[in-house]
Design a protein around this ligand. Structure first.
Ligand code: CA
Ligand code: CA
Length: 248
C-alpha cells in the first residue's frame, strides 16, 4: 500500500468515527422525530411565512407587521413595538417523554423565550392549535432559566378560581411554591446557546450547552401526551436548530 492510500484509509476511518459520535449523541435523547434548521427563505418579506409546519400568532389576513422572519438561516422573532402581548411560533409534535432542544440567541435584558408545552384535543393534532391546554413552561432569559408546572399548579381546580378572586389560602400558596423553580445565571447577549429541555415521567430538567441546570418534579410534567410546542417571545429572540426527540 502506498502512502497516499494509507493516509486516505486513516482519514476515512476518522470520518466514520466522527459520524458515530454524532449519531450516539443524538441517540442518547431517543428517536429524533423533528428538526428544523431554518435554511430557507419566504416567498415574500411582508408577512409571516416560516414554513415547515410552523404557524405564528400574527394573523396573515390582517395588515400586521411581520414578526417571525426567516433570516440568514435562523428564525428571528420580534414583538412589535407597543404590543402588549408576545409573539408565538407553534409546531406540533407528540411524545410522553422526550427532549426539545433549541439554539437560542438573546439580545438584551428584556428578551425572553418561553417554551410552552401544550396538549391538543386529538382531532386537532397536526391540524390546528384550537383548544390547546397549557401544560407547563420552560423559560430562558439572560438572567435566569425557570420551570413551571401550570396544569398541576396555577391551573389546577380550586387554585384557578381562588387565584382569580385573590383569595389563595396559605396552603395553596405553599403548594404553588413547589410548582416553580428558577435558576439564576448570567448569559452573554448576542451569543448562541443550546437550551435542551428533557421530560421524563414527572421530572423536567434542562441543559444549557453541556451544563446541567437542574430539575423539578411535579404531576403536570407527567401529562400522558404533549402535542404542541409554542415558542412565546417577549421582545426579540433568534432561534436555530429546533430539534425534538421522543423516548416514550
Ligand atoms: Ca426573511
Ligand atoms: Ca440554521
Amino acid at each position: 500500500m502506498n502512502i497516499t492510500k494509507y493516509f486516505l484509509l486513516i482519514l476515512f476511518a476518522f470520518a466514520i468515527s466522527l459520524t458515530d459520535v454524532n449519531a450516539e449523541d443524538h441517540l442518547k435523547f431517543g428517536e429524533l422525530i423533528f428538526e428544523d434548521h431554518f435554511e430557507r427563505n419566504e416567498s415574500q418579506e411582508t408577512k409571516d411565512e416560516p414554513g415547515n409546519g410552523w404557524t405564528t400568532s400574527s394573523d396573515p389576513n390582517k395588515n400586521g407587521a411581520k414578526n417571525v422572519d426567516l433570516r440568514d438561516g435562523t428564525l428571528h422573532i420580534a414583538t412589535p413595538q407597543g404590543s402588549g402581548h408576545g409573539i408565538s411560533a407553534r409546531h406540533g409534535f407528540s411524545f410522553k417523554d422526550g427532549t426539545i432542544s433549541v439554539r437560542v440567541k438573546l439580545h438584551d435584558k428584556d428578551d425572553r423565550l418561553r417554551l410552552n408545552f401544550a396538549d391538543l384535543p386529538p382531532e386537532n393534532v397536526g391540524v390546528n392549535h384550537l383548544g390547546a391546554k397549557h401544560l407547563f413552561d420552560a423559560i430562558i432569559t439572560l438572567d435566569y432559566i425557570s420551570f413551571e408546572d401550570k396544569i398541576g399548579g396555577v391551573l389546577s381546580p380550586g387554585i384557578i378560581e381562588n387565584r382569580k378572586k385573590g383569595s389563595l389560602t396559605k396552603e395553596q400558596k405553599k403548594f404553588l411554591a413547589t410548582k416553580y423553580k428558577v435558576y439564576r445565571h448570567k448569559l452573554e447577549p448576542d451569543k448562541w446557546y443550546t437550551f435542551a429541555v428533557h421530560l421524563d415521567g414527572d421530572k423536567i430538567s434542562a441543559h444549557l450547552d453541556d451544563k446541567y441546570i437542574g430539575e423539578l418534579r411535579s404531576s403536570g410534567f407527567d401529562n400522558p401526551t404533549k402535542t404542541l410546542m409554542r415558542m412565546l417571545v417577549q421582545s426579540t429572540v433568534t432561534i436555530d436548530d429546533f430539534m425534538v426527540w421522543r423516548r416514550k
